[in-house]
Design a protein around this ligand. Structure first.
Ligand code: GUN
Ligand code: ZN
Length: 424
C-alpha cells in the first residue's frame, strides 16, 4: 500500500543549533509518500503525485506534516498524579510518586494506566517515548505490551531502587539485576521496542546496585541506560552525603560504569564544570524537562549544552505538568528567555523531534521526514483555536505561523497521527 499525505511539510536537513533556522526544510505545498511503514519520498506535492499516480491520497490541506514528537523522558506510572500540588522533589516523590507507584504491583492497574498513558501521548502527537516503569517487572510488561499493540517505537525499563524508598518499592542488588536482565532478554529488539537499563537515581540505589547496573550494561551494550542527574539543589546535597567519596553527582554513576555513549540523563541542571566536560567527552545524552523543572521548582537548564552534546526534550510526566510536547516546547522557550537564550521555533521543534531521537540514538529511524525513515508522523492544525487563528493571521513566514501553536497549542492542534505508515 502506497500513501501520499499532502500538506505543509517540515523536516530538517541539519541542526538549527549549529546552522540556524536554515537547517529546516519547509515545503508549503508538500507531499510525503509512505510505503511499507517507511517514508519513501518527500517533496513538492505536484512532483510526488505525478511520480506515483497509483498512490492513495490523504489531503491535509494547510495542516503541517511533521515527524511525530518524541518524549525523551517520561514516567508512565505517574500519569494519574500529574498536577499534584505544592511539593519539591524529595517531598513530591514521597508524598505522591511512591504511593502511586506502589499500586503497580497490580498487573491489571499497570495495564490500565499504560493504555491510558499511550492514548494520551498519541492524542498529543507523541509517537515515541522513553519511559521509566516502576520496580515491578510486570509494569514493564504492561507498558511494552501496550506499546507493541499500537506499533510504537518505544523505550522503557524497570526502575531499580534498593534504598531510600518505602517497603514494597525496593528491590535488591541481585533481584534488580536479575529482573532487569530477564526483561531485557524478553523485550529488547522485539518489534520496535528497546529495553533501557534504569537505575532511578543515585539516592535510591546503593553503590553496589549501581555497579550491578553497570555490569548489566557492559553485558548488553546496545541498550540505553537512563537515570536522573542534578535536578534539584537539595537532591545534590543528599547525594553528597550518601556518596562522600564521589567527586560530584556524575561521579556516582561514572565510578560504576554508568557514563558513556548511550547514557541518557534527565534534567542535568546544576552541573559543575567537570561534569559538563566529562558528559561532553563521554558523548552522553541529556534530556531537558522544562515543565517539570518549573513545576517542581528545580532550576533552569543551560541550552548552550546543545551545541556540544545530544540534548532531547521531554515532559517528565508526572513531575512535568503536561502530556503535550507543544507545551513542553513553550516551557523550554520560557526557560531559555530566563537564561537570555531565546530559542528559535526551529530549535524548539528540532528538540522535540530530531533532538530527542538523537538523545535516544534513534535518529536514523525516527524524528525526521526523509526517505528511509520510519513513517511516524504528526499532522497539526496551525489554527486549532480562535486565539491561535487570530495570532497567525499576519504570519509572514512558516515560523511565525508555527510559533503560536507552540505557545498556545495543545491536543486540539493534533489533527492526526500516523504510526509506521498507518493512520492511527
Ligand atoms: N528523580 C528521581 N525520581 C524522579 C521522578 O520520578 N521524577 C522526577 N522529576 N525526578 C526524579
Ligand atoms: Zn524523571
Amino acid at each position: 500500500m502506497t500513501d501520499i499525505l499532502l500538506g505543509q511539510v517540515l523536516s530538517f536537513a541539519g541542526d538549527p543549533f549549529a546552522e540556524g533556522p536554515d537547517a529546516a526544510r519547509h515545503e508549503s505545498h508538500g507531499a510525503v509518500m509512505v510505503e511499507n511503514g517507511k517514508i519513501a519520498a518527500v517533496g513538492p506535492a505536484d512532483q510526488i503525485r505525478s511520480a506515483y499516480p497509483q498512490a492513495k491520497i490523504t489531503d491535509y490541506g494547510q495542516c503541517l506534516i511533521s515527524a511525530g514528537f518524541i518524549d525523551g523522558h517520561v514516567h508512565y506510572p505517574q500519569t494519574a498524579i500529574i498536577a499534584s500540588w505544592g511539593k519539591r522533589l524529595i517531598d513530591w516523590l514521597n508524598s505522591y510518586t511512591f504511593p502511586e507507584e506502589m499500586r503497580f504491583a497490580d498487573r491489571a492497574y499497570a495495564d490500565e494506566v499504560a493504555n491510558r498513558y499511550l492514548d494520551l501521548a498519541l492524542a498529543h502527537g507523541t509517537t515515541s517515548m522513553c519511559s521509566y516503569a516502576t520496580i515491578h517487572p510486570d509494569s514493564v510488561d504492561a507498558f511494552f505490551t501496550a506499546a507493541q499493540s499500537r506499533g510504537l517505537r518505544a523505550f522503557a525499563g524497570k526502575t531499580c531502587m534498593d534504598r531510600n524508598a518505602p517497603e514494597g518499592l525496593r528491590d535488591t542488588v541481585q533481584s534488580g539485576y536479575d529482573d532487569s536482565k530477564r526483561l531485557l532478554q524478553r523485550w529488547h529488539g522485539v518489534d520496535r521496542l528497546s529495553y533501557v537499563i534504569t537505575p532511578r537515581f543515585s539516592p535510591t540505589s546503593t553503590p553496589e546496585q549501581l555497579a550491578a547496573m553497570g555490569q548489566l550494561w557492559r553485558e548488553h551494550p546496545t541498550c540505553l541506560m537512563q537515570t536522573h542527574l542534578s535536578e534539584q539543589v537539595d537532591e545534590i546535597a543528599w547525594v553528597k552525603e550518601l556518596f562522600p567519596q564521589s567527586r560530584d553527582y556524575l561521579d556516582t554513576y561514572e565510578a560504576q560504569g554508568l557514563l558513556r555513549e548511550g547514557a541518557v540523563y534527565g534534567h542535568a541542571i546544576h552541573l559543575t564544570g567537570r561534569e559538563k566536560d566529562r558528559l561532553i567527552e563521554a558523548g552522553a545524552s541529556l534530556v531537558h524537562c522544562p515543565t517539570s523543572n518549573t513545576f517542581i521548582g528545580s532550576g533552569l537548564f543551560d541550552m548552550s549544552l546543545a551545541q556540544h552534546l545530544r540534548v532531547g526534550l521531554a515532559t517528565d510526566t508526572g513531575g512535568g505538568s503536561s502530556f503535550s510536547m507543544l507545551h513542553t516546547m513553550a516551557a523550554a522557550y520560557e526557560i531559555g528567555q530566563l537564561r537570555g537564550q531565546a530559542l528559535h521555533p526551529s530549535q524548539l521543534w528540532w528538540l522535540a523531534t530530531v533532538g530527542s531521537a538523537r538523545a535516544l540514538h534513534a535518529e536514523h529511524q525516527i524524528g525526521n521526514i526523509a526517505p528511509g525513515m520510519e513513517a511516524d508522523l504528526t499532522i497539526l492544525d496551525l489554527a486549532s483555536t480562535p486565539a491561535i487563528a487570530q495570532a497567525i493571521s499576519r504570519a509572514a513566514d512558516i515560523w511565525q505561523a508555527i510559533f503560536p501553536t507552540i505557545m498556545l497549542g495543545d491536543d486540539r492542534a493534533i489533527r492526526a497521527t500516523w504510526i509506521s505508515g498507518q493512520l492511527h
